[in-house]
Design a protein around this ligand. Structure first.
Ligand code: NAX
Length: 334
């Protein structure tokens, strides 16, 4: 029987552990799609990945047709249909941004090259490891011969965080909330945008104005509470939990791939993909946009009106992406 090969890097880490069992159970590709898992780790993480592989075996998942653990990217990406690039180098004490970008370029460059050399012709890869947008840019640049629209970076967690906040403040089920968007970088500069969102079919900004008393109060709430809460949620989780987001990040990565592969009929989500110049974002940057998929990959949802307030926030986050791109270019990557 044909199966899908899913490669997970950093599989011995926290997000890896939260991803593997849900993917093997069928949550990502569907309960009718057999799969094979390839777990890539560096030597210090191999034992953790091997332990997870033993537990996967102990689950006896009917869809799981094999698990392989390796520290060789070429082996890990051999025949890969879906790559989930989670393993990254965290910022160490005293590490400058250029050092962080260089360390990650040393990971995502070779992984992009390995994808080009050994993955399946229709491979798709999502980068979770931070700085996710720029790591995706590096991997795409290194993957000679692989169209760059096969690479994306995860901002679905930010998207889900925004929906979660709106659901709580409006006391409405999440499925009533549609067409929220995350623009820009997966960082504190991101712009969580509700200007096109609806709640049960009504413009969400109107519902917010009613709840908050006036349009001005709703805008103030968006600027002073909502946007900082969503963009600072990662730090809030660390403060409360004592550790970074894990299960919610894994859930978002699963939903990102699921919607890319199965499509987003009649709606949209958010993902960082390679810009073709949409909404004035310089071509080639990996930028978060409102995106839709027909099952063949994410495309930017075009034709939305961008008001002045949104424009300046998008521009600020795009400026950060340009800085990161220029920094990795100066180091000889991308
Ligand atoms: P962990 O430190 O628990 O796991 C990372 C794993 O990657 C480790 O086991 C490490 O050995 C492995 N690794 C390092 N270099 C590797 C390489 N070259 N090849 C293969 N494996 C390698 O981190 P975890 O909590 O799992 O987070 C992973 C990444 O996700 C981090 O970069 C983190 O910042 C990022 N996140 C991204 C999010 C997003 O929305 N885009 C949200 C959650 C998370 O913060």
């Amino acid at each position: 029987m044909t199966h899908t090969t899913v490669t997970i890097t950093g599989a011995g880490g926290q997000i890896g552990y939260a991803l593997l069992f849900r993917i093997a159970a069928g949550d990502m590709l569907g309960f009718d799609r057999p799969l094979r898992l390839r777990l890539l780790e560096i030597p210090s993480g191999i034992r953790a990945a091997e332990g997870a592989a033993l537990e996967l075996q102990d689950c006896a998942f009917p869809l799981l047709h094999g698990v392989e653990v390796t520290d060789d990217p070429r082996v890990a990406f051999e025949g890969c249909d879906i790559g989930m690039l989670v393993g990254a180098r965290p910022r160490g004490p005293g590490m400058e941004r250029a050092d962080l970008l260089a360390a990650n370029a040393g990971i995502f460059g070779p992984q992009g090259a390995a994808i080009a050399a050994t993955a399946a012709p229709d491979v798709r890869a999502v980068v979770v490891g931070n700085p996710a947008n720029t790591n995706a840019l590096i991997a795409a640049a290194a993957a000679d011969g692989v169209p760059d629209d096969r690479f994306s970076a995860l901002t679905r967690l930010d998207h889900n965080r925004a929906v979660g906040q709106l659901s709580a403040v409006l006391d409405a089920p999440v499925e009533w909330i549609r067409d929220v968007a995350i623009w820009g970088n997966h960082s504190a500069t991101q712009f969580p945008d509700v200007s096109h969102a609806t709640l049960a079919g009504r413009p969400l900004s109107r519902v917010l104005a009613e709840r908050m008393g006036s349009v001005g109060d709703a805008l103030a709430w968006l600027d002073e509470v909502f946007i900082p809460r969503v963009s600072g949620r990662g730090a809030e989780i660390i403060q409360v939990r004592g550790s970074s987001s894990v299960a919610s990040a894994a859930n978002a990565a699963i939903e990102h791939v699921r919607d890319e592969v199965h499509g987003t009929p009649g709606g949209w989500t958010s993902a960082a993909i390679v810009s073709r110049g949409e909404y004035g974002v310089p071509e080639g940057l990996v930028c978060s946009f409102p995106v839709a998929s027909d099952g063949t990959g994410y495309r930017v949802v075009e034709g939305l009106t961008i008001d002045e307030r949104a424009r300046s926030r998008i521009d600020a986050s795009v400026a950060e992406l340009i800085d990161e791109r220029d920094a990795v270019r100066a180091l000889g990557f991308a």
